[in-house]
Design a binder for this molecule. Structure first.
Ligand SMILES: Cc1cc2nc3c(=O)[nH]c(=O)nc-3n(C[C@H](O)[C@H](O)[C@H](O)COP(=O)(O)OP(=O)(O)OC[C@H]3O[C@@H](n4cnc5c(N)ncnc54)[C@H](O)[C@@H]3O)c2cc1C
Length: 392
């Protein structure tokens, strides 16, 4: 039996960041992951937005910012809109390398990492008070007795299931089919490319470059009227895409589930804090979860340690999170509600409306009036914006 102050389940960006913060603040911290190797396999398009850098608890070293992204090109119905500037720029990273760097930061701060260690059961007393965790390791099952548990075990969280929450992945998450490809002839290697159309029902397809000739390419959907594999085929056969990937080869499958809606309504149950994908802490429409997971994980780690060492309430985590990223989450929640609502408009006008929203040309306030406009008017609004470079 192992005793600790803080048990972090999961060594992704949220878990490693939480473990680092808890250990740095003085708590005896263990973080576990069922994987043999941190960060592998990669199930990600590997993009991070520069606008979130000021909120991070530490700097990301230059060598991990492997490819500079200057902006995003959005495409629908033969209109391309380019956005550049600090809200639209960022970097592509190597997730495996990045996640290992984060885990190293936690172990350097004094947290103990246990790999090939899977949470399989929890002893829970009273109101979500975890008194014991049973983990499966290559040397047999072990018991860990923590004072606080941080659930950072991703979109299909074992912690939440063991606490009795009925998770419905199909309802609260979206599946993304994605591949890393090489030997590409990218149109704009320093721009992310986002495509909207029938091939990505309610969502988008993407090309996220990692060099002049390699990229993560994929399709996500929030409505499932056709198989996502078909959507992907349709997307890669668009002339605009075909010419970029004609000689391309797939290096790796990077598909996976990404959270879209909240499966739970709180960030703190008893002595458990939820962080990262467990808590739907990503920003829509791009399901940008890496940096939010680091920022929120850090807060969860600090609060856990302060709870143990100074008696600070665990519920403060919610307040700190709202103070730091609340505005981003509010906007993101409104956006996803609007995207579901736009599902009522599955015609080509819907693609134009989404183009306007994704590229932030149409505000969420305007959209309820714009749905009454016809296709030609919407097209001319978007084209006019492109000529005048101003907010519509
Ligand atoms: C295809 C795809 C593309 C994406 N692209 C981007 C992108 O470009 N940019 C971006 O910012 N975000 C992107 N995301 C989202 C991003 O990957 C996640 O938001 C981010 O990984 C969340 O980090 P996390 O630490 O919460 O969870 P995870 O990274 O999922 O880490 C959870 C960890 O918990 C471990 N675990 C699970 N269950 C157990 C258990 N029972 N016991 C022990 N360990 C367990 C897992 O092995 C895993 O290592 C993408 C997601 C998908 C699916």
């Amino acid at each position: 039996m192992i005793e600790c102050d803080v048990l972090v389940v999961g060594a992704g960006p949220a878990g490693s960041s939480a473990a680092r913060a808890a250990a740095l603040s003085g708590a005896k911290t263990i973080f576990i992951d069922k994987k043999r190797e941190v960060g592998v396999p990669v199930q990600c398009a590997e993009g991070i937005g520069e606008y979130l850098f000021p909120y991070l608890p530490f700097k990301i070293p230059k060598h991990l910012q492997v490819w500079k992204i200057d902006g995003i090109s959005f495409w629908a119905e033969d209109i391309t809109i380019e956005r550049t500037g600090s809200n639209w720029s960022g970097y592509s990273i190597n997730r495996d390398e990045f996640d290992k760097w984060l885990a190293d930061k936690a172990t350097n701060a004094g947290a103990k990492l246990m790999l090939e260690t899977e949470l399989i059961d929890l002893e829970v007393k009273g109101d979500y008070n975890v008194t014991k965790a049973i983990v499966k390791t290559p040397k047999g099952n072990k018991e860990i007795v923590p004072k606080v548990v941080i659930a950072a075990d991703g979109v299909d969280s074992t912690v939440l299931k063991l606490l009795g929450f009925n998770l419905d992945l199909e309802k609260n998450a979206g599946y993304v089919i994605g591949f890393k490809m090489k030997n590409l002839k990218l149109e704009k290697p320093n721009h992310y490319q986002i495509y909207l159309g029938d091939f990505a029902p309610g969502a988008y397809a993407y090309i996220f470059p990692k060099s002049n000739t390699s990229a993560n390419i994929g399709v996500g959907a929030i409505f499932f009227e056709k198989r996502l594999e078909e959507c992907y085929e349709e997307f890669v056969n668009l002339p605009l895409i075909k010419k970029q990937i004609a000689r391309g080869t797939i290096v790796e499958d990077r598909s996976g589930w990404a959270p879209i809606r909240y499966g739970i309504d709180k960030l703190n149950y008893g002595n458990v804090l939820l962080t990262g994908d467990v808590a739907n802490q990503n920003f829509k429409p791009f399901i940008e979860g890496i940096l939010p997971a680091i920022i929120c994980g850090d807060l969860a780690g600090v609060v856990s340690s302060n709870f143990i060492l100074k008696g600070e309430p665990l519920s403060n985590y919610t307040t700190y999170m709202e103070n730091k990223l609340g505005n981003f989450f509010t906007e993101s929640d409104r956006l996803i509600d609007t995207l579901y609502w736009l599902g009522k408009f599955p015609d080509k006008r819907g693609h134009l409306l989404r183009l306007g929203i994704f590229s932030n040309i149409f505000s969420l306030e305007q959209i309820h009036n714009l749905v009454n406009e016809d296709y030609t008017s919407l097209k001319s609004y978007l084209n006019d914006w492109d000529h005048n470079r101003k907010q519509f």
